[in-house]
Design a binder for this molecule. Sequence first.
Ligand code: NDP
Ligand code: CA
Length: 325
Amino acid sequence: GRPARPRRELVSSRAPGNCCRHSASPRVRVLQWNVLAQALGEGKDGFVRCPPDALDWRERKYLILEEILTHRPDVVCLQEVDHYHDTFLPVLGSLGYRGSFLPKPRSPCLDVEPNNGPDGCALFYSRERFSPTATDHLRLSAMMLPTNQVAIVQSLRCRATGRGLCVAVTHLKARSGWERMRSAQGADLLRRLRAITSRAAASEADGAAEIPLLVCGDFNAEPSEDVYRRFLASSLGLDSAYRLLSADGLTEPPYTTWKIRPSGESRGTLDYIWYSRESLSVETLLDIPGEEQIGPDRLPSYHYPSDHLSLLCDVSFRELPHRLM
Ligand code: NDP
Ligand code: CA
């Protein structure tokens, strides 16, 4: 038999004051995950050390769904989804989620035979926790030109507290040599998030509330890249949740993806959960498995169904500053 799957633990964030703060607001659990498109995993990626049956969709889909359902996130943000209509929507839809899917305009999955249609981004949220206020499907631009990358922006209202929340999912252009394209796509996404959140704020009851934002994605960019700095410095006041797993609270994890292709081993920090630092606080994070847990053949494997690790955190709404009515 196969050895038991190593458990990933939920750990407290290193946010200042997190240990002694008792948050009154209910937490929002958010999951970010590039689940590896089935067509790309079998037909394009060349994961030479991954056992072929670990890539068999009939088995792999249960590992992906198990990981999602183990944690029961309130918001699920996925990239490389090429089984939305036949798997994710029917399963998650029957378990209390509402979803939306946006395929890439020209998905590389379509170059693989057989394929199950284009891959794209998918966003699910708990119908019990949230009511929808708007859904924006975006095709990202770079230098005024439309690109092959997309984003979904879902505006929500928390049923319990009445507070607004905006969640976005994206998957930026891959590969080295495309850093400027990623930076431009990131700038476009930030610009459009600014427009969407100010539209949403204008329709809030008090007319002036800041709408908290969560932006999840496979940015295909290390923290040293321009697009990362752009997000950190943006006027939206975003910070990256997984920095709060490190001892100094400022360092990203050493990797969020790790695989072996014919060209060699590739390990990198490419995936992020960005959150509004003024209006949300990160309470807990799902830890990153160590090298021994990942194993010598890296990802994907019988234990980890994608070449990317899932990221998961609990955030709570900060107290609203008192306002004159
Ligand atoms: P990207 O370059 O963004 O990459 C697409 C996928 O390939 C990603 O999911 C990425 O995964 C994965 N990937 C990254 N590195 C590698 C690698 N070394 N080996 C295998 N897969 C990798 O895709 P685009 O959206 O820009 O489309 C690229 C492809 O799509 C083209 O090569 C072409 O086949 C096709 N295309 C065709 C067009 C046409 O008009 N004919 C137009 C546009 C695209 P991850 O994010 O996990 O790294
Ligand atoms: Ca991929």
